[in-house]
Design a protein around this ligand. Structure first.
Ligand SMILES: NC(=O)c1ccc[n+]([C@@H]2O[C@H](COP(=O)([O-])OP(=O)(O)OC[C@H]3O[C@@H](n4cnc5c(N)ncnc54)[C@H](O)[C@@H]3O)[C@@H](O)[C@H]2O)c1
Ligand SMILES: [Zn+2]
Length: 696
């Protein structure tokens, strides 16, 4: 490959990873691998400057704006940071700073590098007026409502001496505990999980629904202060100032006077950072004086007065002792490696503590699926390499085959039957995971369905949690959601169970006293008033998520109509395709499911949508579909909806190719408008719509 082709290839590759990382919050390769490729491209471009492409990722901040928010220009560009993984390059940076400052004395501030997303907050007269993402560095997404959910961020700064307009920047992040909780929830709901807290934070700050963002308990550490005219003299002063104004300034920062002290700081935090409640991926070094920062200036992509040092994920050898197969709530079977340290080879497995890795001891690593086992080519007894990806979840990165001469190994045989219920495992075409098809009897799947059923977005039975469900399940008192409605005060009172956390060995006792029992029963009773659409979602029919359930409920209005609907009737519903229709048909054809629905109906759950059937004024909009968006002069949205329905039309929530009209008010999202235009949907103003129905 010629250098020109290589440059082209690396540019395309890196731009693709950037897109996945910033737009989709997905890491297709590790940060280290990404940074190595970027370095390779940079070196080639330096050698062959003529071949550098206009869209080279070495010249631009990696992100972009999305179409779902207002794009706003940054008052000051939001750049990236140059980075390095080794001390020598850090010393080279120090050399450049020394030269750039012509022998003046200088100091550094060392800070932790938090792994989240860059945010900018603008304050006018002390009031938080705008929150924006970094975007492409010039323009970002305005997510003010979402940043306002950060509890530690002052909405108003009371200090008397503050400038009239200033900008604060920091890192929005998701604490590790929130991350774990969120992923568990995603699993219960059968949605894709996030690979690490950074991706989870990035996805959560860019949700359309601020209520959901609020629930995800995001936080932020601030580390930058900007004004038009100089207010503080140094970075140190600004950090102290921000703190005194009530900002959550990043903890752990330190002023140092030379590069050796910087390196000492790096060593000091290498393990200590693991005790922090959030993910960190390195440290940041900044020249302290603002005046000197200005002297040093910027490159196209990053300041010359700062650099980040990234800790390389620790990679260590371990012995693969055995593989367990876990059956998830959706029936997917995941192989999990049981590991021990090289020094623990002779110990029985229940005595081993695991490999030391980035501050903790690791005994397990996910192997994802059968394909991954094949890809790695590992065998039982192998010496494998383990790494914590995103510093949180351990994974196996490779195998040391040379050790096989010394220590015999045996092939791993993926089970053909479910370890929990012994049904024969299946794999759908095009999917990597094997799954247990026995969804009506396999214990983890049954339990999973009950957890799904009580979830906040489903029946919302808050007084029951995972532990309580587990207790009731293990005692055989609740095997299906319908059993919940047969529980009585007498048979709940006094139940008790000790739950042992397998990882930590900690025990927790759950016991049902008067108050608990009363609460549980109250919660269950209250769920009988939950609307039909939630009940439908709670059933956990494959591919029927909350939104689909809402559409089906609005269309069919009752479980009776839905369960007798034909494939044709189902696919006639806007936005319901063949895959969903088949899944619904198959669900209602299974006797256990029919029985469940009947029992729930008897228990008094809402099986009809109580929206009143509309009395038609005309049928002039018959067969026509509308989406209403924005704000209107003469009507509330609900009135418009009513107007459409009494004339025989239907209102949908999303713009798709099947849609006839988009009724566009003021302030509607530009993304929706553009999509409608692209799909050739007719766009109506309020006046045009009124004219249309008055013509009847
Ligand atoms: N794995 C992938 O597919 C993939 C794809 C694209 C980018 N990446 C990773 O992202 C990096 C590029 O992202 P980036 O441009 O945000 O650079 P970066 O994350 O390496 O550094 C810049 C960012 O650090 C953050 N930061 C955290 N603590 C800080 C502090 N105390 N002071 C100042 N800033 C602080 C800021 O948000 C700033 O924007 C790449 O080097 C790579 O590691 C990975
Ligand atoms: Zn099973």
């Amino acid at each position: 490959m010629s250098p020109e082709q290589k440059i082209q290839e690396l540019t395309d590759q890196l731009n693709h990873y950037n897109y996945r990382y910033y737009q989709d919050s997905v890491s297709e390769i590790s940060d280290f691998e990404f940074d190595q490729l970027l370095k390779e491209l940079k070196a080639l471009e330096d050698q062959y400057p003529d071949f550098r492409l206009g869209d080279s990722p070495t010249q631009r901040v990696g992100g972009a704006i999305t179409k779902s928010f207002n794009a706003v220009y940054h008052r000051y560009p939001m750049l990236s940071l140059d980075n390095t993984y080794n001390e020598q390059e850090l010393r080279n940076f120090d050399e450049r700073v020394r030269k750039g400052l012509d022998g003046e004395p200088y100091e550094y501030i060392c800070e932790l590098k938090f792994d989240g997303i860059s945010l900018s907050f603008t304050y006018e007269n002390g009031v938080l007026v705008r929150g924006v993402t970094r975007g492409d560095g010039t323009r970002g997404d305005e997510i003010t409502n979402n940043v306002k959910t950060i509890r530690s961020l002052p909405l108003r700064v009371k200090a008397e001496d503050q400038p009239p307009i200033f900008e604060v920047r920091g890192e929005g992040f998701m604490p590790i505990t929130s991350f774990q909780k969120l992923n568990e929830e995603m699993e219960t709901l059968g949605e894709n999980q996030y690979a690490n807290p950074r991706n989870a934070a990035s996805g959560s700050f860019k949700l359309q629904d601020s209520g959901e963002t609020a629930r995800r308990a995001l936080d932020c550490y601030v580390y930058t202060f900007l004004t038009d005219t100089e207010f503080f003299k140094s970075h140190e002063e600004s950090l102290l100032g921000l703190k005194s104004w009530g900002f959550n300034v990043s903890p752990g920062w330190k002023k140092v006077s030379n590069i050796d002290e910087v390196i000492a700081y790096i060593h000091e935090w290498e393990d200590k950072r693991m005790t922090l409640p959030l993910a960190t991926d390195g440290i940041v070094i900044k020249v302290n004086s603002f005046e000197q920062q200005r002297e040093l200036g910027f490159t196209a992509k990053s300041p010359r007065w700062a650099i980040s040092f990234k800790y390389k994920a620790e990679n260590k050898p371990a012995i693969l002792r055995s593989v367990n197969y876990q059956v998830g709530r959706t029936g997917a079977v995941t192989p999990v490696a049981n590991l021990c340290d090289l020094t623990e080879r002779a110990l029985p497995y229940n005595k081993v503590k695991g490999v030391h890795l980035s501050g903790t001891r690791v005994k397990r690593a996910t192997l994802h699926n059968a394909n991954e086992l094949e890809r790695l080519g590992i065998q039982l007894g192998d010496t494998v390499f383990v790494e914590k990806s995103g510093e949180i979840i351990p994974k196996i990165t490779g195998v040391d085959v040379s050790q096989r001469e010394l220590y015999p190994t045996t092939p791993i045989i993926f089970p053909t039957h479910c370890p929990e219920c012994n049904s024969e495992l299946q794999r759908n075409e095009g999917e990597v995971a094997f799954f247990c098809p026995n969804d009506s009897h396999c214990p983890p799947q049954l339990k999973g369905r009950i957890e799904h059923f009580i979830h906040r977005k489903a029946m919302n039975i808050e007084s029951l949690g995972e532990g309580k469900i587990e207790l009731l399940f293990d005692l055989n008192m609740v095997r299906t959601p319908a059993d919940l409605y047969d529980l009585t005060y007498e048979n709940l009172l006094g139940l008790e169970k000790t739950i042992v956390n397998e990882e930590t060995g900690k025990t927790k006792i759950i016991s049902f006293r008067e108050k608990t029992v009363e609460n549980i029963l109250k919660g269950i009773d209250l769920s009988k008033t939950v609307p039909f659409k939630n009940v439908l979602f709670a059933l956990g029919i494959r591919f029927v998520g909350a939104t689909v359930a809402e559409k089906l409920a609005a269309y069919f209005k009752s479980i009776q109509a839905l369960r007798t609907a034909t494939y044709e009737q189902l696919t006639a519903v806007p936005e319901i395709g063949g895959r969903i229709a088949l899944s619904i048909e198959s669900y209602f054809s299974i006797p256990e499911n029919q029985d469940l629905v009947e029992r729930l109906e008897k228990a008094g759950l809402q099986m009809e949508s109580d929206e009143k059937p509309v009395e038609l004024e005309s049928d002039m909009l018959e067969g026509k579909t509308f989406v209403i968006s924005g704000v209107f002069e003469n009507f509330e949205r609900d009135d418009l909806k009513m107007k459409i329905e009494v004339n025989g039309g239907r209102v949908l929530s999303g713009v798709s190719g099947k849609l006839n009209y988009l009724l566009a008010g003021a302030n509607m999202g530009p993304a929706k408008l553009e999509k409608a235009r692209k799909l050739g949907v007719t766009i109506l103003s309020e006046e045009e719509f009124l004219a249309m129905i008055e013509n009847k």
